[in-house]
Design a protein around this ligand. Structure first.
Ligand SMILES: Nc1nc2c(ncn2[C@@H]2O[C@H](COP(=O)(O)OP(=O)(O)OP(=O)(O)O)[C@@H](O)[C@H]2O)c(=O)[nH]1
Ligand SMILES: *[C@@H]1O[C@H](CO)[C@@H](O)[C@H](O)[C@H]1NC(C)=O
Ligand SMILES: *[C@@H]1O[C@H](CO)[C@@H](O)[C@H](O)[C@H]1NC(C)=O
Ligand SMILES: *[C@@H]1O[C@H](CO)[C@@H](O)[C@H](O)[C@H]1NC(C)=O
Length: 449
C-alpha cells in the first residue's frame, strides 16, 4: 500500500536506506536471549519480574496489582510523565505490601495517525527496555498480568476526577474522597453484570466494580486508600493524570526517568542513522552509553555530541491555535541558520510532525535538512511511537539542540541530554514566536542522583 506520507523521501538526500527490518530481527533475537538470563536475576532482585507466575504462586505471595490508564486525548510524551507518577505511587505502596505496576499497553493515540498500520495493544517492550524499568520498580506487561492473575479481570476500577465543587474557598488542600461520578462513565455493564470498557483494546477484559474517586494532590495521597480501604488484588486507576508528581525533579522522579531507557533496537537504529548521515558516533562525540542506567552518572559538559544541530519543530495542533510562542517556518529556518553558523555546524537534523505541505516548504527553504524518514514497511514495525523515539534519540545526541516551546516531546529530549551529560547551554533552548516579546527559555532541571 502506498503511503503518501513517506513515499516522498526517494531521490532526496534524506532517503533512509538502511534496512530497519533486518536490524530489528537481530535485536529481537538478542532480546529473547537476554530474557533467559534476566529471569534468573529478577527472582532475587524483585519478587515480581519478567517471569510470569502461575496464579497460585502469585496468590501465595499476596501480590497486588496496580493498573492505570490516562485520558484518551493525552499524547505519548505526557503519558511517559504519568508513568513516573505511578511508579512513585507503587514505591510508596511497596513500603507496606507487595505491589506490582502493570504497564498499560500503548495504542489509539490521537497523534498516531499513520494509516493502515496496527497501533493498539502495543507492549511497553516495543518502546522501552523492560529490564531497565524493572531496575527501578517491579513492572509487568498487561498480558503477563492476565496470565498470572488468572484471567482478564480487573477487580476494582477507580476513575479519578477533580472535585465537582473545585477548590473550596480557593484554598488548595490535598484530599481523596469516594464521590459520585462527575462525568459520564466510559464503562458500561454487560449481561453478566461486569463492566466493559476500552481496556487498551482488550475486548475480553472486564472490571468487577467501577467507582469514582475525587482526588486532589500528589500521587501518593492515594496510598492509604489503596492500602486500607480497598481489598481487591487488582486495582486500576483511570484518568491517572489527575494526580500530580510526588516530587517533581526530585531523586525519585529522576530514578524513574533514568530507568525509562529506550528499547535497544530503537537506539541502534538511531545510532546507525547518526553514523551514516550525520558523522556521529559515541566515541567521537563522547556519548558512550551504559546498558545499566544505574551506572550512568555523566558530568554536565562531558558529552560533546555529533557535528549537527538537532531541531524539534512541533507543528500541527501547536500552529492551529496561532500560538504566539511558535514560529513560522521562515522564522524557524532563520534561527536554524543562525545557530548553525554560530556553532560552526554544517548539518541539521530536524524532527517534526509537520504536514506534507509544510514539509515541502521546509525542504525548499532548508535544502540541507536531514530527517529520519522510514519506509512504510519500517513504519509498520516501529510504529509512530518508535519513529518518534528514534527522532528523539538523534536530537538527544546533537552538539546543540533547539526545541519547541512547552512541547512535552522537546522536554523528554532535554532530559535525555541531561542524562547523557550535555552542557545545559546546548540543551535548554527553544524557538521564539516571530513577534514574541519575552521569549523565556526552558528551565534547566538538574538530575538528583
Ligand atoms: N516522529 C515525530 N513525531 C512527532 C514529532 N513531534 C510530535 N510528534 C508526534 O506528535 C505527538 C505529540 O507531540 P508531543 O509534543 O509529544 O506532545 P504529547 O505529550 O504527545 O501531547 P501534548 O503534551 O498534549 O502536546 C508525539 O507523541 C508524536 O507522536 C517529531 O518531531 N517527530
Ligand atoms: C478509608 O477508611 C477510613 C477508615 O475506615 C475512613 O475514615 C475514610 O473515610 C476512608 N476513605 C475513603 C476515601 O473512603
Ligand atoms: C464497589 O467498590 C466500592 C469502593 O471500594 C464499594 O464501596 C462498593 O461497595 C463496591 N460495590 C460492589 C457492588 O461491590
Ligand atoms: C567526521 O568527523 C571526523 C571527526 O570529527 C572528521 O575528522 C571527518 O572529516 C568527518 N567526516 C566527514 C565526512 O565529514
Amino acid at each position: 500500500m502506498a503511503d503518501h506520507r513517506f513515499s516522498r523521501g526517494f531521490n532526496s538526500p534524506v532517503l533512509w536506506l538502511f534496512s530497519v527490518q533486518s536490524l530489528i530481527k537481530l535485536c529481537l533475537s538478542f532480546l529473547a536471549l537476554g530474557a533467559v538470563v534476566v529471569e534468573g536475576q529478577t527472582e532475587d532482585t524483585f519478587r515480581a519480574g519478567n517471569t510470569v507466575f502461575s496464579p497460585a504462586v502469585a496468590a501465595a505471595r499476596d501480590l497486588r496489582y496496580l493498573l492505570y490508564d490516562i485520558n484518551p486525548p493525552e499524547g505519548f510524551n505526557l503519558r511517559r510523565d504519568v508513568y513516573i507518577r505511578m511508579a512513585s505511587l507503587v514505591k510508596t505502596l511497596r513500603r507496606h505490601s507487595d505491589w506490582v505496576l502493570v504497564l498499560p499497553p500503548w495504542g489509539r493515540l490521537y497523534h498516531w495517525q499513520s494509516p493502515d498500520i496496527h497501533q493498539i495493544r502495543i507492549p511497553w517492550g516495543e518502546f522501552f527496555s523492560l529490564t531497565s524499568l524493572q531496575g527501578n520498580v517491579p513492572v509487568i506487561e498487561y498480558e503477563e498480568f492476565i496470565a498470572e492473575s488468572g484471567g482478564p479481570f480487573i477487580e476494582q476500577v477507580l476513575v479519578l476526577q477533580n472535585y465537582a465543587e473545585g477548590w473550596t474557598d480557593g484554598k488548595w488542600e490535598e484530599k481523596v474522597d469516594q464521590r459520585p461520578c462527575v462525568e459520564r462513565l466510559l464503562y458500561s455493564k454487560d449481561k453478566q453484570g461486569y463492566y466493559r470498557g476500552w481496556f487498551w483494546g482488550y475486548e475480553e477484559t472486564r472490571a468487577v466494580n467501577v467507582t469514582c474517586l475525587s482526588a486532589q494532590g500528589h500521587a501518593s495521597i492515594l496510598a492509604p486508600l489503596l492500602q486500607n480501604n480497598i481489598t481487591s488484588t487488582s486495582v486500576m486507576l483511570d484518568k491517572a493524570e489527575t494526580v500530580l508528581h510526588d516530587h517533581y525533579a526530585g531523586k525519585d522522579y529522576w530514578d524513574t526517568r533514568r530507568s525509562m531507557v529506550f528499547a535497544k533496537h530503537l537506539r541502534l537504529l538511531g545510532d546507525e542513522f547518526r553514523a551514516k548521515y550525520l558523522n556521529s558516533t559515541d566515541e567521537q562525540d563522547q556519548t558512550i552509553y551504559n546498558e545499566d542506567w544505574t551506572r550512568i552518572k555523566n558530568k554536565l559538559g562531558s558529552a560533546r555530541g555529533g557535528p549537527y544541530l538537532g531541531v524539534h519543530l512541533r507543528r500541527k495542533d501547536f500552529i492551529w491555535g496561532h500560538r504566539e510562542d511558535v514560529p513560522s517556518l521562515k522564522g524557524a529556518v532563520k534561527k536554524i541558520r543562525n545557530l548553525m553558523k554560530k556553532n560552526k555546524l554544517d548539518r541539521v537534523f530536524v524532527a517534526t510532525d509537520a504536514d506534507e505541505e509544510e514539509l515541502e516548504e521546509l525542504k525548499k527553504i532548508l535544502p540541507e535538512i536531514t530527517r529520519f524518514e522510514p519506509t512504510w514497511e519500517d513504519l509498520e514495525l516501529l510504529k509512530d511511537g518508535g519513529v518518534a523515539i528514534v527522532d528523539q534519540w538523534i536530537c538527544a545526541h546533537a552538539r546543540y539542540f533547539i526545541g519547541t516551546s512547552v512541547s512535552t516531546f522537546s522536554f523528554r529530549i532535554h532530559e535525555e541530554r541531561e542524562i547523557l551529560g550535555f552542557d545545559p547551554k546546548t540543551t535548554y533552548n527553544r524557538f521564539c514566536g516571530d513577534s514574541e516579546k519575552e521569549c523565556e527559555q526552558p528551565t534547566h532541571w538538574k538530575i538528583v542522583y
